[in-house]
Design a binder for this molecule. Structure first.
Ligand SMILES: Nc1ncnc2c1ncn2[C@@H]1O[C@H](COP(=O)(O)OP(=O)(O)OP(=O)(O)O)[C@@H](O)[C@H]1O
Ligand SMILES: [Mg+2]
Length: 379
C-alpha cells in the first residue's frame, strides 16, 4: 500500500498518461514533463539514479561477452558491478530493435512509482545520447524460464513446493499491481522469462515496459494496441484490444500451466498439436481424471495428487475463455498460499520418496475423499 495508495489520481491524468506514453518517445521528454507536477510530483519516488554510459561500461567491463546473462526483445542484459561494489543487471536497449523508447520510459516511470518485495527494483538508468540502459538489482538465479525448460543435465528440476512458492510470490506481485496500486496497474507481460528469482527462489516480476495504468471510475477496461507475448495473451484482449485486469489473470494461468507441466507456452520444436500449451492442455483441464497427466514428468511423481488437483483447478479458472469468469488475484493468492503451505509440509520431510511415479488417480482420489498422501518415509 504505502504512499502509492495515498496518491489522489483523477481519471484524466490516467488517460493522459496512457495517451502520452503511446504517442511520445522519451527523447522529447514530453511524457516525463506531463507527469511532473501532476501525480508524481508530490510522491516520494523510488529514487532511480542517472548513470553515465561510461559508468555502465566500466561496470560491465565494456559489455564483455562473458558478462552477458540474457537477451530479449529490448536488448542484451549484462551482469555488472557498480563503483560502490553493488552487483547489478544492466539492460541495454538494442537501438535497432522493435521495443524502444516508449517501453523505456514506461519502465522507468512505473518502477519509480511501484514498490513491492515481489517486483524487481530499478536502481537506475542511462540516457546519454542515443543510449538507453536500465540498471536493476541482480537476480542471481535468473528467470523462471531458466529453471523450467531445457534443463542442463546437471540441473535439478524445481520441486513441487518451490513451484508453488514461485506461483505465490508472482501472484502477490500481481495482487499489488491490481489491488494495492492506485490507480491499478495492468502488467500486460506476465510470462516465465519476466519472473526473476533470488537465491532463495523468491520471485520478482520484471519488465514493466508494456504496463498500463488500469481503468478508473466506472470504466472496466482501457483500449490499447494489442501487445504482449504470443502464447500468454488473453483471447478476449487479443480480439478486442480491450485490456482489463483479467487479461493478466489469463497470463498468470499460462504461467501456472508452465509450472505444472514444465512445457513452454509456445514451443515450435514440439509436434503440431502440442506447440501451443493452452490448446494442448485444454482436454486435460476439462476432465479432473486427467489433471494429474499434466504434471511435469521431471517431478517423477514427487507431489501430492490432491495438491495437483487444486492447483490445476485454479489454473483452469484463470484460463476461462470468458474474462468475467476468471478469479480475482486476491482469491488466487489465498488459494495458492494455502496450497504452498501444504506442499511445504511434504517437502520438509526430507527423506520422503515417491511411492509410485506412474500413479494415476482412482475415482476415490478424484472425489477428494480421504487425504491421500503419495509418499512414504524411508525407514
Ligand atoms: N535483473 C536481472 N537479474 C538477473 N538476470 C536478469 C535480470 N533481468 C533479466 N535477466 C536475464 O536476462 C534475460 C532476458 O531478459 P529480458 O527481460 O531482456 O528479455 P525476456 O524477458 O526474455 O524477453 P522480452 O524482451 O520479450 O520480455 C532474462 O530471461 C533473465 O535470464
Ligand atoms: Mg523480460
Amino acid at each position: 500500500m504505502k504512499w502509492f495508495c495515498c496518491v489522489k489520481c483523477c481519471s484524466n491524468d490516467v488517460e493522459k498518461y496512457n495517451d502520452d506514453v503511446e504517442a511520445n518517445g522519451f527523447a522529447d521528454g514530453k511524457v516525463v514533463d506531463s507527469m511532473k507536477g501532476k501525480r508524481f510530483s508530490s510522491q516520494r519516488a523510488n529514487v532511480a539514479n542517472s548513470f553515465t554510459f561510461r559508468e555502465l561500461a566500466v561496470a560491465t567491463q565494456n559489455f564483455k561477452e562473458t558478462n552477458l546473462i540474457g537477451e530479449g526483445g529490448f536488448g542484451s542484459v549484462y551482469k555488472g558491478r557498480l563503483e560502490s561494489g553493488k552487483v547489478v543487471a544492466v539492460k541495454q536497449l538494442n537501438l535497432n530493435g522493435v521495443q524502444g523508447n516508449q517501453e523505456f520510459i514506461v519502465e522507468v516511470l512505473m518502477l519509480s512509482l511501484l514498490r513491492h518485495s515481489n517486483l524487481v527494483t530499478l536502481i537506475g538508468y542511462c540516457t546519454d545520447g542515443d543510449q538507453r540502459l536500465l540498471v536493476y538489482e541482480y537476480m542471481p538465479l535468473g528467470s523462471l524460464e531458466n529453471h523450467l525448460f531445457d534443463l542442463e543435465p546437471d540441473q535439478e528440476p524445481l520441486d513441487w513446493h518451490t513451484r508453488l512458492k514461485i506461483a505465490v510470490g508472482a501472484a502477490r506481485g500481481l495482487e499489488y499491481l491490481h489491488c494495492k496500486a492506485n490507480p491499478p496497474v495492468i502488467y500486460r507481460d506476465l510470462k516465465s522469462s519476466n519472473i526473476l528469482l533470488d537465491n532463495d527462489f523468491k520471485p520478482k516480476l520484471s519488465d514493466f515496459g508494456l504496463a498500463k495504468l488500469g481503468p478508473v471510475g466506472d470504466n472496466t477496461h482501457v483500449s490499447t494496441r494489442v501487445m504482449g507475448t504470443y502464447g500468454y495473451c488473453a483471447p478476449d484482449y487479443a480480439m478486442s484490444g480491450k485490456l482489463t485486469i483479467k487479461s493478466d489473470i489469463y497470463s498468470f494461468g499460462v504461467v501456472l500451466l508452465e509450472l505444472i507441466t514444465g512445457r513452454r507456452a509456445i514451443d515450435t520444436t514440439k509436434k503440431p498439436g502440442e506447440q501451443n500449451l493452452v490448446a494442448w492442455a485444454s482436454p486435460f483441464l476439462k476432465d479432473r481424471k486427467k489433471f494429474v497427466q499434466l504434471v511435469d514428468p521431471m517431478l517423477q511423481g514427487r507431489f501430492s495428487v490432491r495438491s495437483v488437483h487444486h492447483v490445476v483447478a485454479v489454473t483452469a479458472m484463470c484460463l476461462q475463455e470468458q474474462a468475467n469468469f476468471r478469479p480475482l488475484i486476491g482469491d488466487i493468492v489465498v488459494a495458492l498460499e494455502y496450497l504452498a503451505s501444504q506442499a511445504e509440509i511434504f517437502e520438509k520431510r526430507k527423506s520422503l520418496t515417491a511411492v509410485d511415479s506412474q500413479y494415476l488417480p482412482s475415482k476415490q482420489d478424484i472425489n477428494h475423499a480421504p487425504k491421500k498422501i503419495y509418499y512414504k518415509c524411508k525407514e
